[in-house]
Every structure is written in C-alpha cells, then in structure tokens.
Design a protein around this ligand. Structure first.
Ligand code: VGL
Ligand code: ZN
Length: 210
C-alpha cells in the first residue's frame, strides 16, 4: 500500500484570495495557507504529491463567452451531457492559471482541460475520454491509495475521487481542505462520494495514512 497526494486546482482564478473570475467561496488566505501547510507536512512525511492544474485554451468550450447569447452559469447540452458555462478562467499561461503552491512542494503537475473541445473536471480524463498522464504517473510510482483535496469539491475533487475509485484506487477526501462552488451540489458531492466508497475525513491524520 502506498499513498499519493492529489492537490486539485489551487490556482488564482478559483480563489477569493486573488479575486478570481470563478472564485470559490471560502478560498481566502487562511484556506490557501492551510493547503500549503498540510501539503508541506505530507511532502516532508515522504508522500509523493501531484497537483492538478486547470489549463484551458482561450477558445475553450466551457467559457460562456464562446457561446453567443449565453450568460455565465447557464447550462447547455454537449453530446448529451450538461455543460455549465463558466466565466473564462485558467487560460493557459495567464497569471490566474498559475499554481499558488511552490514548485518544491510537489513532484508532478497534471494539466487538464487542455483540449478546447472538451471540459475536464477529472484529473484522469476529459469528457472526450482522453486521458491525462495521471494514471500512468500513479502506476509508475506504485501508488494504491489517494488523498485528495483542493477545489472545487463539487467538480474537480468529486470527479477525480470517483475516477480514482473507478481506476481501482482507495480514495480519501479531506473535507476541511476542500471548497465547493455551490453549497447544494457540494453537499450532494460529498454524499455521492461517500456512497461510492470514498472515505471522507475532516482533517489529515498522518497516523491513518500508509
Ligand atoms: C473546475 C469549474 C471549471 C474544477 C474546472 O476542476 O473544479 N470547475 N473548471
Ligand atoms: Zn475549467
């Protein structure tokens, strides 16, 4: 059994701290400091750390600005799937897409949502079924257990956690180190994860990790 840490989308555009266009409630300085403190602790304890990074081209399908007459947070259907139309965010190479975690605190970055045609909440694969390098990195490092936290609980964290189960990993989500976009869907995301077999802890207890 070997545990790997996945820190989801800690980027300025998702935070109140940086006044991001898609800022998630509760992502203030204190929250980011807690993310950094815990990530440093886990890294120092010897766990490999992988961060995901939402990384969209400017013409990305999920931006409402790329759909005439649509407003932010309206939904459309793409190939039978509901797509939320977001304010433009995490555009490749922009300041808002940058990670708020120092390079020395992680071992790999997995970028997602890089194909303009597909959204990708999961760190494993996008809505078109194209895989990121995440699974092969985890396999290469013989990781069997995942600890996931970051933003957003109801999108990236949930999708990555459920995909982790699907790929055969044991998955733990740390509730106090996640923040969600919508209170209702955040609540149901936590319930769905637990029903699916994700273990939800409030905080990190090093004694419970292997
Ligand atoms: C995400 C909204 C838009 C996420 C990405 O990964 O949580 N949420 N893009
Ligand atoms: Zn996105």
């Amino acid at each position: 059994m070997k545990t790997g840490i996945i820190v989801a989308d800690i980027q300025g555009d998702f935070t109140e701290l940086k006044d991001g266009p898609l800022s998630v409630e509760g992502t203030d300085q204190r929250f980011i400091d807690e993310i950094i403190r815990n990530t440093r602790m886990l890294k120092q304890a010897g766990f490999p750390v992988i961060v995901t990074q939402d990384w969209h081209p400017a013409n990305h399908v999920s931006f409402y600005t790329n759909h005439e007459g649509k407003k932010a947070f309206e939904t459309i259907s793409i190939q039978g799937k509901t797509q939320v139309l977001w304010p433009p965010h995490c555009v490749q190479k922009t300041e808002g897409a940058a990670l708020l975690i120092d390079d020395e605190l992680f071992d790999a970055v997995v970028r997602k949502g890089t194909n303009g045609k597909y959204d990708s909440y999961s760190g494993f694969e996008d809505d078109g079924g194209f895989e990121t390098p995440l699974n092969s990195i985890l396999k290469k490092w013989s990781i069997t257990n995942l600890v996931i936290y970051g933003v957003a609980t109801d999108y990236c964290v949930e999708a990555t956690a459920l995909d982790g189960l699907k790929h055969g990993y044991n998955v733990i989500v740390i509730k106090d180190l996640t923040r969600g976009i919508d209170p209702e869907s955040t609540k149901s995301a936590l319930a769905e994860m637990e029903q699916g077999g994700v273990v939800v802890f409030d905080t990190i207890d090093l004694n419970k990790l292997k």
